[in-house]
Ligand binder design. Sequence first.
Ligand SMILES: Nc1ncnc2c1ncn2[C@@H]1O[C@H](COP(=O)(O)OP(=O)(O)OP(=O)(O)O)[C@@H](O)[C@H]1O
Length: 249
Amino acid sequence: MAEPVLEILELRKTFGALKATDGVSLTLMPGEIHALIGPNGAGKSTLIHQISGSIRPNSGTIRFLGQDMAGLDMAARARLGLGRSFQISSLVQEFSALRNVMLAVQARQGSSFRFFRPVMGDPTLTEPAMAMLERVGLAGRAHMPAAELSHGERRQLEIAIALALGSKAFLFDEPMAGMGPEGSKSLTKFLDGLRHEAPILLVEHDMDAVFALADRISVLVYGRVVATGTVDVIRNDPEVRRAYLGEAA
Ligand SMILES: Nc1ncnc2c1ncn2[C@@H]1O[C@H](COP(=O)(O)OP(=O)(O)OP(=O)(O)O)[C@@H](O)[C@H]1O
């Protein structure tokens, strides 16, 4: 069987007397979208922050590509390909989509010697950047300033940047937030294809998106995973229906 890209074992985090993460274990497998759902305050964001490195757990293990993340800060985890999310906006608004991705390609190549060369004409930067825009479906917007892209297109651009920087897994905390119905539909389609580039741990309240995308769903209630399974298993789990989905499921 394939090794998990991300493996979380018995993670615990308390805030005073509150057990925000109460012994969570889960895996993210290659090519997978694993959705994390649960009521408000269940501990979803706290879990994502511990994985990306912005919150330190009290105990437990986080392994990414087989490596223990303990002691690594956010920047170190990001360098290994973990921890980019929509909540950290990495765009230079007045630069074109292409130039934004070129900055990431340049950062990855660590090529400071290029400072004195005309960046926009450098094919070692433009070609991989353009290829990346094609992979995320934004090639037609290459020369448009980031500020003029739609909300959904900006997210596609952020993902192109993350891929150019070497992201090997995505942690997304409510990517559908603030999108209209059309935007959610096209972002759903986009994320569907993205799983083949890198697996996704997806926190999302939009259940249409979750049911359309997830290979597996874990349900978090009061900091504990109360169920993990396929969409069908979760939709039909009586405890999950009672605790979270209600009759809407
Ligand atoms: N820095 C903090 N200090 C104290 N309590 C916190 C802190 N961060 C989160 N909490 C508490 O931990 C619990 C889990 O919060 P968290 O934001 O992780 O939940 P969530 O499942 O992401 O909720 P939502 O769906 O509303 O975003 C909540 O009771 C919250 O009030």
